[in-house]
Design a protein around this ligand. Structure first.
Ligand code: CA2
Length: 150
């Protein structure tokens, strides 16, 4: 069975408590529950991981090489700052979709630049918790099909 790693970056553990008008009212546990249900329906395994630490995310991405088939990542604020996470994603060479709860392109200018997006197959931004499910669907189709779009 294929295995997909879902990575949540810093402060996503605070979801549901504050800033609900931007990020929705679901907690991270509720989002993870939806992800697990989706994985069960489609027939793949998910590994769910959240960290507030850049280095821990880098280590998790390094460890994913050879052990997972694909990744969905919400790098959160590190999207806009982290060359280290970008380099780790580039080195891992694992099909990855970047997701965001909010539409980063209709927010502050500093959020409109993603350092990690060029390493991803694509980006889904602005659909709340559904962004994760759309990201999983996209990467699942990518690794399941024989003739991949590059
Ligand atoms: O829209 C997204 O998914 C983001 O990746 C979320 C990040 C933000 O820095 C990115 O620009 C866009 C923030 C993650 C969670 O932030 C919270 C802060 C307070 C309360 C709840 C969540």
């Amino acid at each position: 069975m294929k295995k997909i790693l879902v990575l949540h970056g810093p402060n996503l553990n605070l979801l549901g408590s504050r800033e609900n008008e931007i990020y929705g009212d679901l907690t991270l546990a509720e989002i993870n529950k939806r992800i697990k249900k989706f994985a069960k329906e489609k027939g793949f395994v998910v590994d769910l991981y959240q960290s507030n630490h850049e280095g821990e995310l880098v280590t998790k991405i390094q460890e994913a090489k050879g052990t997972v088939d694909a990744m969905v990542i919400n790098p959160a604020a590190y999207t806009h700052t982290s060359i280290a996470i970008r380099d780790a994603l580039a080195a891992a060479k694992i099909p990855t979709v970047e997701v965001h709860l909010s539409n980063i392109y209709r927010r502050e200018e500093f959020r409109q630049k993603s350092l990690t997006a060029p390493i991803a197959l694509g980006v889904i931004s602005g659909f709340g918790a559904t962004s994760y499910l759309l990201g999983l669907q996209a990467v699942w189709e990518n690794i399941s099909q024989r003739h991949k779009v590059r």
